[in-house]
Write a protein of this length. Structure first.
Length: 253
């Protein structure tokens, strides 16, 4: 059974790890190639895009893929839409592995916004010290608000840097512990965070640290996703694949 995992998340790597070496499975993990030095993966990796839904459908057919697992980031709406479209075109079973989002608890000061553009306006006109916990390709809209001080963290360096007078850049790959996040926020005297509701434990440290420090978080809402079969955990994805493998085996007998 040939399986393609659309990855880039912790869950994708964990699922690949669970499936690596299993008899009866041939697994390929696809990464978009946005990170210069991706983390080590336990299965063969394909780097780069497919050319939209049509290109992905052609790949599924050409490679005789039996099951497609969409384990992309919760904000990768275009990729997820392409996956749903391609799976339908190619007649391939599709499962979305979607980690649940964070839920505000007592002490959280969330300001939920629709997108990055609204987040920029939510900062206001008065200069503030802002931690941008966003992807390096998502921070460009903040150039229209140069009055703020920005702390930008990314896996790869931000090149070119933001065209603003006050910005500091640090690189790092999660997970990030709450104590370390709190230290960082205090050292840079951050008074507001802009973040995505990514869910999971790896990047929750900044949310817990913000709560402990009483800092507001401008939280981008998750985008709408295709209505496809979905699970929330790696265990459930493995169970789904085991069932699909059993069906394929039964048909082959």
């Amino acid at each position: 059974m040939r399986i393609l995992i659309l990855g880039g998340t912790t869950e994708a790597r964990q699922l690949a790890q669970r499936l690596a070496g299993r008899t009866g499975l041939a697994v390929v993990l696809s990464l978009a190639g946005r990170t210069a030095a991706p983390a080590q993966q336990p299965v063969p990796v394909r780097i780069g895009g497919f050319g939209g839904a049509e290109g992905l459908a052609d790949y599924l057919s050409d490679q005789k893929i039996d099951a497609l697992i969409d384990a992309t980031h919760p904000y990768a709406a275009i990729i997820s839409a392409n996956a749903a479209n391609a799976a339908r075109r190619a007649g391939v079973r599709l499962l979305a592995l979607r980690r649940p989002g964070w839920v505000p608890v007592a002490g959280d000061r969330w300001i939920e916004v629709a997108d990055v553009t609204v987040a920029v306006h939510a900062l206001g006109d008065t200069p503030r010290r802002v931690f941008l916990a966003l992807g390096r390709k998502e921070i460009e809209p903040f150039v229209v608000a140069p009055q703020h001080y920005y702390l930008v963290r990314s896996v790869d360096p931000v090149v070119p840097p933001l065209a603003v007078p006050h910005a500091v850049y640090i690189t790092g790959r999660g997970p990030f512990a709450e104590t370390d996040e709190r230290t960082m926020l205090e050292q840079h005297r951050i008074d507001v965070i802009v973040a995505k509701n990514s869910g999971g434990a790896a990047t929750y440290g900044k949310i817990a640290a913000a709560r402990a420090l009483g800092l507001p978080v401008i939280m981008l809402r998750r985008p709408a996703m295709p209505d496809v079969e979905a699970v929330e955990t790696v265990d459930d994805a493995v169970a789904w694949l085991d069932h699909a493998l059993a069906l394929v085996t039964a048909r082959g007998v």
